[in-house]
Design a protein around this ligand. Sequence first.
Ligand code: F6R
Length: 248
Amino acid sequence: MSLEIRILPDYDAVSAMAATELETMLAQKPDAVIGFATGETPRGMYRELVRRQPNCRQMRTFNLDEYLGLPPDHPGSYARYMHEALFDHINVQPEHVHLMRGDASDPSAECKAYEQAIADAGGIDLQVLGIGRNGHIGFNEPGDEWTEGVHIVTLAESTRIANAPAFGGNPDDVPAQAMTLGIRNIVQARRIVLLATGATKADILAQALTGPVTPHVPASILQEHPSVLILADAAAGQHLGGNAGHGR
Ligand code: F6R
């Protein structure tokens, strides 16, 4: 097992190192399959990639999740987020980009097709993750069991509150459901980089990395993964000082 924790001075340093991880992966494997996350945390990583312009011509991508019911051009959709933050500004080939259709007429079939597409691509080489304040990864909310494949979830109320700013501030305007890669899909990625920044993530990050491995803290599963890099800024990593920089 290898869980490496790096505590960096600030958000920009996390963003820069995350961008370097992706560049390193693409240097080793130009057609690597990258799992991308959305949310506020990885925005700086994407800005940095746009600035550096690594060659992404052969890169293949799958996003972690999407809100149910939103068409790809909806301002709150993760499809739109990804295009605006990254895909429209790098040389990734449109046919290599995989995004779930939030407005699919048959969402269960959409989940199945996405699962199959990941398998057909040979699995995910590098999965980028953020962490929810409740410990979720993707939209795998805390629960009694680990989730398996790509599936439909009902979002936790705390998640709708946390994500409300992207919907004009009202949690009721955040879709109640989403599609997400399951925990099994995430841990099958060959390498995982989790980004955590800001003091609001400090407690949950410490719980996830040093507490018991339990589906009540979904990110805790990363303790059992063979190749994880945690990139935290000083605020998010404030309870992890003793582990910084050490593999385990
Ligand atoms: C986003 C995702 C979520 C976020 C998490 C943290 O695709 O899957 O798990 O990574 O909610 O969001 P931010 O970065 O906005 O704090």
